[in-house]
Design a protein around this ligand. Structure first.
Ligand SMILES: NC(=O)C1=CN([C@@H]2O[C@H](COP(=O)(O)OP(=O)(O)OC[C@H]3O[C@@H](n4cnc5c(N)ncnc54)[C@H](OP(=O)(O)O)[C@@H]3O)[C@@H](O)[C@H]2O)C=CC1
Ligand SMILES: O=C(O)C1=N[C@H](C(=O)O)C[C@H](O)C1
Length: 260
């Protein structure tokens, strides 16, 4: 039997890629899609199979699928994931921008419901490896800065990947970074955002898709790690694995590495 999947945010850039990937894979079934802003729930209007249920409100759903894939907005993803967990669907959240407190609440809810769930800051294997290498490098180079570069339509800054990379750098450090005092910012924000003592610089430009560079500096030497997603197809292999493996998880986890 194929694994049944609901895609939330199916009309967006990632939602369209995800629905196409699911439709191509005979082991998966696109059982349902959701977006709150739809004018009609006729699948033909969105070029979807007649068997795909279309929803524009959460209250109209019962449990239309086993797995809930979310590529929506930072504002919508938390409520969606709560709904999925409360209605017997396993959430895989690709959407960025959830707070640590929201992740803690979802972890608690998944435990109470005896459900699995997965938040994936980045489905690209190059990004997963970059984050692991960054954690390793931070053992020896506690001083690091992140430059993340994305398409101009990206709503949130900094990227979820950059925040997660900063967390992994902080977790990998064996000593505190040099205290960098920059009292003179002649233009406010010149030193970027700061998360866990890792400055993060967000670039938004047309032509870019999703890219990240981590710069480590030590006495007389430097290390740079970089990954590039040139096409959103780069996220589909990881998403496919996540859909097929997520229900092996015990509880709610963060990071694609948990299902690789
Ligand atoms: N984890 C990963 O590897 C990746 C994650 N992302 C993340 O995925 C998210 C979506 O990105 P992207 O596809 O580029 O964004 P888009 O803006 O292209 O698409 C978002 C879609 O979500 C819909 N939407 C809005 N509110 C809700 C809601 N409450 N529930 C369900 N759907 C909703 C929108 O509908 P409408 O247009 O009708 O308003 C829109 O179609 C972002 O947070 C992005 O950072 C992106 C790439 C990879
Ligand atoms: O919005 C995007 O495009 C991406 N969002 C995710 C993030 O915020 O890290 C993943 C990837 O960087 C693409």
């Amino acid at each position: 039997m194929p694994t049944t999947v609901l895609v939330a945010g199916f009309r967006g850039s990632m939602g369209q890629k995800a629905t196409a990937m699911i439709k191509r894979d005979p082991e998966l079934e696109l059982a349902a899609v959701y977006s709150p802003h739809l004018e009609t729930t006729d699948p033909a209007a969105y070029d979807l199979p007649a068997t795909t249920q279309v929803f524009n409100q959460l209250s109209a759903m019962d449990t239309p699928a086993q797995v809930w894939v979310d590529f929506s907005t930072p504002a919508g993803a938390f409520e969606n994931a709560q709904f999925a967990l409360e209605h017997g669907m396993t959430p895989i959240i690709g959407t960025s921008g959830l707070s640590d407190d929201q992740v803690a609440q979802l972890t608690k809810l998944a435990k109470e419901q005896h459900q699995a769930g997965l938040l994936v800051p980045n489905f690209g294997l190059s990004a997963v490896l970059l984050m692991q290498f960054a954690k390793q490098a931070a053992q020896y180079f506690p001083d690091a800065e992140i430059i993340e570069m994305h398409h101009a339509d990206k709503k949130d800054s900094p990227s979820g990947t950059a925040v997660n990379t900063a967390k992994m750098i902080a977790a990998g450090r064996k000593q505190a970074p040099e205290t960098v005092e920059n009292p003179v910012e002649t233009i406010p924000g010149a030193r970027g955002a700061n998360y866990e003592d890792v400055p993060i610089h967000a670039v938004r430009l047309p032509g870019y898709v999703a890219h990240e560079q981590v710069l480590f500096g030590g006495p007389g030497e430097a290390l740079t790690i970089r990954q590039d997603s040139f096409d959103r197809e780069s996220f589909m292999h990881g998403l496919n694995i996540a859909i097929k493996q997520v229900n092996r998880l015990k509880g709610f986890a963060v990071g694609l590495e948990n299902v690789l």
